[in-house]
Design a protein around this ligand. Structure first.
Ligand code: AMP
Ligand code: MG
Length: 408
């Protein structure tokens, strides 16, 4: 077992245990938030035919080569074609077809002139300037050509990707199955609403925040409440979770106090401990383990420590199991707007609120940086990554941060 590993080593040790769940074919309507398990090759051209991007007249560039305001060229309008229909004939010399946005270009037409640029007289349309062949035409396959890679395996299915796959005529898509996370907390002090608060007790927050996080990443969750601080109870709960899920996350009881019994319980169920302790603040009391091929991440009970370690370790683990290609948190540069007085003997993650001001990101301290403080976590959208051995940070200096939420 490794002790006090770096965040990067812990990520590697855990990710080495995480394989994506099996594949399944699902309806497009259910696919947003899943991850493509295979490359999608376009089965047809997008768009499927040459078409007009505007309302105008389709004609032959050669016919209007000499057109000018002084000597307009008059063409005979032989037909009208609108979106969803096909012209009955090719455009002959000296002729034009009135065409609406999205309608297929009639055969032998090679330009479309917008309505705004022409004058009409009876069944004649007058063109006052020449156009290069190909003007105002969207060619078949211009967006995606049949046979081209439309989307890569490992891509998160977003609303635009749903649209692209629908435009390619796909009814179902191949995605990785949803992984299922089992969650439970440990701690004699924990209550759940509507239980009345008792002296010395607190409401369990971690179970709820972690469940919300896991669901936001796209995993399914089973929550198994709270285990009291007894080794046999925790071991039994671990045993249950291992039966019900692909991976397990717990909070509390991983530190070195008399009632920190997760390490013993993990050993009791036969888990192999990958690491115990992270060389960072907050979140140092965390353990990674594997049992029956299932990864286990045991997080601190302190809410901010648990959530920060979840962002940095738990979310990448889940993403890998859900099939994401890029699983590690995004890093950005920013200017710090406040002083941060503390020195950092250990690597430290500081809760900040990032805001874009023009092209520059600015970071403001999000409030209390205590291991247990939740509100600062709730208002932050990034964590400054402060290297070990740093002195106090000064307003105006450049900093590096890990994104944990959308920019303000
Ligand atoms: P532990 O990691 O079990 O030593 O707990 C550290 C601190 O976090 C203690 O103050 C606990 O009361 C608190 N804590 C533990 N579990 C939770 C939880 N599920 N929700 C909120 N606070 C917790
Ligand atoms: Mg505890």
């Amino acid at each position: 077992m490794k002790k006090n590993v770096s965040l990067e080593e812990a990520q590697q040790l855990l990710l080495a245990q995480a394989a994506p769940a099996g594949e399944r074919q699902i309806f497009l309507a259910e696919a947003a938030g899943s991850v493509l398990s295979r490359d999608v090759v376009a089965p047809l051209n997008l768009p499927p035919f040459d078409r007009s991007p505007l309302d105008g007249y389709a004609l032959r560039a050669a016919d209007v080569r000499q057109a000018s305001a002084a000597q307009p060229v008059a063409l005979r309008v032989v037909e009208e074609v609108r979106a969803g229909f096909v012209a009955s004939q090719a455009v002959g010399a000296g002729c034009a077809v009135k065409i609406m946005t999205g309608a297929p270009l009639p055969d032998r037409a090679d330009v479309v002139v917008p309505f705004e640029n022409v004058a009409c007289r009876g069944d004649l349309v007058c063109i006052t300037e020449p156009l290069a062949s190909g003007s105002n035409i969207i060619y078949a396959g211009e967006d995606v050509a049949a046979g081209d890679l439309a989307a890569e395996a490992g891509t998160l299915v977003t609303p635009p990707l749903v649209g692209l796959l629908a435009a390619l005529g796909m009814e179902t898509v191949p995605v990785y199955g949803k992984c299922r996370v089992a969650l439970f907390s440990t701690g004699d002090e924990l209550l759940e609403p509507p239980q009345a608060l008792q002296p010395g007790k607190i409401y369990n927050s971690n179970l709820h925040s972690l469940r919300a996080y896991c669901r936001m990443v796209g995993a399914e969750t089973v929550t198994l409440g709270t285990a009291v601080d007894e080794e046999t109870v925790i071991a039994a709960r671990l045993g249950e979770t291992l039966l019900q899920a692909d991976l397990v996350m717990t909070t509390g009881g991983v530190s070195v106090g008399d009632y920190d019994l997760l390490p013993a319980a993990l050993r009791k169920v036969g888990a192999k401990i990958l690491f115990h302790g992270l060389d960072m603040k907050p979140g140092s009391p965390a353990m990674g383990a594997v049992c029956r091929g299932k990864p286990i991440l045991a997080l601190s009970g302190n809410p901010a420590a648990a959530l920060i370690a979840f962002e940095l370790l738990g979310a990448p683990l889940l993403k890998q199991m859900l099939g994401w290609k890029n699983v590690l948190p995004q890093r950005v540069g920013a200017i710090l707007d406040d002083d941060f007085a503390k020195t950092s003997r250990q690597r430290r993650f500081v809760r900040v609120r990032l805001e874009a001001q023009g092209m520059q990101l600015h970071a403001k301290l999000a409030g209390s940086q205590s291991n247990g403080a939740l509100q600062s976590m709730a208002v932050s959208n990034a964590l400054l990554d402060v290297p070990a051995g740093s002195g106090p940070l000064k307003a105006g200096q450049s900093v590096e941060a890990v994104l944990t939420g959308p920019l303000a």
